[in-house]
Design a protein around this ligand. Structure first.
Ligand code: ADP
Ligand code: ASP
Ligand code: MG
Length: 412
């Protein structure tokens, strides 16, 4: 392929209803004007939780009754009803009349197959969980393909899951070589025919051909794994925030957008809990040198966060909070089980450590441990002080993006 395909991933919050599917389709169609596009799509927000919840209720039912007293058949019928209503309503809002009957037919077929799957006997609980969980992404992929076609660009859902994995069903490892070969068979020909290819995120195939999942939040990893397999230069992760912010915005309301991050910094932040990215997202990207742009579906003018190989320079870029941190750091006796760790990620030095200690003192906190580790600047505090410490360190320690020189990565 001469022009390298762009991979765009839409998370569950980006496909929460019909209007959101239309918005995602418009972004996709716009990008598809200048290059081949593969879209990775998550389940509509909340769907995976619902699917896994019902799978568990039915699995633990005794004498055909779930712990809520409902019959297993009743729970499955209720799931069918709510998923039908939600997905058919989204399809009707986002898909034009000429494409709608085909989309509705596929949604109904998927929902029927889900009901059969839930009623089937099984031996391996993890394999069954994966078999059920993947329906969320399969359903939303059909709607998005219909919505993209509606905006005038041909689109098709890939015929089989292109991501090859091992058989760790709940959190499978991507098999890079297997994925490359499946992509050249299943995705590349469709792209060459001029179609946008829609791929259900989170989903893989075991060596035996059974459905697997990449772990919760795994659609981000689907996107970079596909990007690596397809030779992409860029992957866009579209979410409901402007990009990667320098602290969890749910805990730090004045968290700021980070325009740039290195693969190392983004991986650390994600593995320490920055929910916006699945912890393994950067592995395929770093291996293949793919630029990852984390952007906002609802604010597409914002450039978002660009993640590349380039380090961002000295100082602390962002602060992660890791609760229930008990990995043998030299804490005061008795605190090991109830401590929280704050990690300042970037390239911190002794001066940053002193600033952090001063900041905690000002907030009337004395850390159980403070030091520079491989992950960054680590402060361990009692669990009760976690959020106060996070806000104090965010305020005093993070070098705002505005003071970073645009390309050099050097603090101005
Ligand atoms: P998606 O459905 O797009 O995959 P997620 O819910 O998985 O979205 O991730 C986006 C959410 O992650 C945001 O709404 C935000 O609340 C949360 N989040 C936590 N930490 C961060 C952070 N550092 N930067 C941006 N978002 C964050
Ligand atoms: N739908 C899956 C989940 O909720 C995967 C994802 O959203 O990335 O975990
Ligand atoms: Mg996510």
């Amino acid at each position: 392929m001469t022009v390298r395909p762009l991979v765009i991933k839409f998370g569950g919050t980006s496909v929460g209803g019909g209007a959101q599917f239309s918005r995602a389709a418009t972004i996709t169609a716009g990008a598809a004007r200048s290059r081949p596009v593969t879209v990775v799509v998550s389940a509509m927000s909340g769907t995976t939780d619902t699917l896994l919840g019902v799978a568990e209720d039915v699995a633990y039912a005794t004498d055909g009754r779930t712990s809520y007293g409902a019959t297993s058949e009743g729970s499955i019928a209720e799931l069918h009803r709510t998923l039908s209503e939600r997905h058919l309503a989204a399809a009707r809002a986002a898909v034009a009349p000429q494409h709608l009957p085909a989309v509705e037919e596929r949604l109904r077929a998927l929902l029927k197959s889900l009901v059969e799957t839930l009623a089937e006997p099984y031996e391996n609980p993890a394999a069954r969980r994966a078999r059920v969980a993947v329906y969320g992404e399969r359903l939303s992929a059909e709607i998005l393909a219909g919505a993209v076609s509606t905006s005038g660009v041909p689109a098709a859902v890939v015929a089989e899951d292109p991501i090859a994995t091992d058989d760790a069903f709940d959190e499978a490892e991507v098999d890079a070589a297997g994925t490359a070969s499946r992509c050249s068979r299943l995705v590349a020909p469709l792209l060459e025919s001029g179609s946008v290819v829609v791929v259900p995120g989170y989903v893989g195939r075991s060596p035996q051909g059974a459905p697997t999942t990449l772990g919760r939040g795994g659609s981000d990893l689907s996107a970079t794994a596909l990007g690596r397999a397809l030779g992409s230069e860029e992957v866009w992760i579209m979410s409901d925030v402007d990009g990667v912010l320098d602290a969890d915005p749910r805990l730090v309301p004045d968290a700021n957008l980070m325009p740039r991050l290195s693969y190392r910094e983004a991986s650390l932040f994600a593995s320490l809990g920055a929910k916006v990215l699945h912890p393994k997202t950067m592995e395929p990207a770093a291996e293949a040198g793919i630029e990852v742009l984390v952007r906002n579906t609802f604010n597409p003018e914002c450039a978002g966060t660009r993640v590349t190989e380039q380090e961002t320079g000295p100082g602390v870029r962002c602060v992660a909070l890791r609760r229930r941190f008990a990995v043998g750091l030299p804490c005061a006796p008795g605190h090991e089980r109830e401590a929280a760790a704050l990690v300042g990620i970037g390239t911190p030095n002794q001066r940053d450590l002193k600033r952090g200690l001063k900041s905690l003192r000002r907030a009337d906190l004395s850390p159980l441990h403070a030091g520079i580790a491989t992950a960054g600047l680590v402060f361990v505090v009692g669990a009760d002080a976690a959020e106060t410490a996070l806000r104090a360190l965010h305020e005093d320690l993070v070098t705002p993006a505005a003071t970073l020189a645009p390309e050099s990565g050097v603090v101005a």
